[in-house]
Design a protein. Structure first.
Length: 232
């Protein structure tokens, strides 16, 4: 079963049209806990398209993200494009984050230029409240320099985590409590209890104590990440 986690519509002038205009359409951008699936989507749109924009525009794109994070008023046009509310006569590019099982996947439907997609993601950041803009600015800046597949490693990189599972991103604390084997209903274990559970689970899965050697590395990584979440 596939579940929609975040969505962004970027409306823009059609290819070969002399004017350069952008508008935003439907948006589903959950950002709590940060970066949320919305923040991951904005970062993915930028990472997917920024390698194709002119090198001369990259510094100004960095600057625009920081200006929007600070809530500065920025004169139009921005990076040679003008924002408008009306979408009449514009084409639509639609980007999504979906969950399949416990995996997160990106879907890009790009019909305009790479710069239009990047600016659409940055304009969407402007729509969020100040706290969300503050938390997502470093996410978008990190996405500017990403080069490589937009898979689990990319998701973990933007989320500042060592895991990229759907459950860990949707509710990190609940995931961490489950990974460490706390009883149902546990909400705020002490640091001592977390370390005790961590050591106990580590003994269970370690190959020296009969754990599956082929799976041990991944499980130990999850245990370490769960410990970090609950003690950080």
């Amino acid at each position: 079963m596939t579940v929609l986690l975040a969505e962004l519509e970027v409306w823009h002038t059609r290819p070969l049209t002399p004017t350069r205009r952008i508008s935003l359409g439907h948006m589903v951008l959950p950002v709590d806990p940060a970066p949320g699936f919305g923040g991951l989507l904005l970062g993915a749109v930028i990472a997917r398209h920024v390698p194709e924009i002119d090198d001369d525009l990259v510094p100004d794109t960095h600057r625009l993200i920081s200006q929007i994070q600070r809530g500065e008023r920025i004169a139009q046009p921005r990076l040679r494009h003008r924002y408008q509310v009306d979408r009449h006569g514009l084409a639509c590019s639609r980007h999504r984050v979906v969950g399949t099982g416990d995996e997160v996947e990106f879907e890009f439907d790009t019909n305009g230029s790479p710069m239009q997609q990047v600016l659409g993601a940055i304009y969407a950041l402007e729509r969020l409240d100040r706290e969300s803009r503050l938390s997502l600015e470093p996410v978008l800046l990190k996405s500017m320099s990403w080069r490589g597949p937009l898979g689990a490693a990319f998701v973990a990189h933007l989320a500042g985590s060592k895991t990229a599972s759907l459950r860990s991103l949707a509710d990190p604390r609940a995931w961490a409590l489950d990974v460490l084997g706390f009883p149902a209903g546990t909400t705020k274990p002490s640091k001592r209890d977390v370390m005790s559970q961590f050591r106990a689970r580590l003994r269970e899965v370690h190959p020296d104590h009969g754990g599956d050697e082929s799976a041990a590395s991944g499980i130990i990584g999850d245990l370490s990440e769960a410990r970090r979440i609950l003690t950080g």
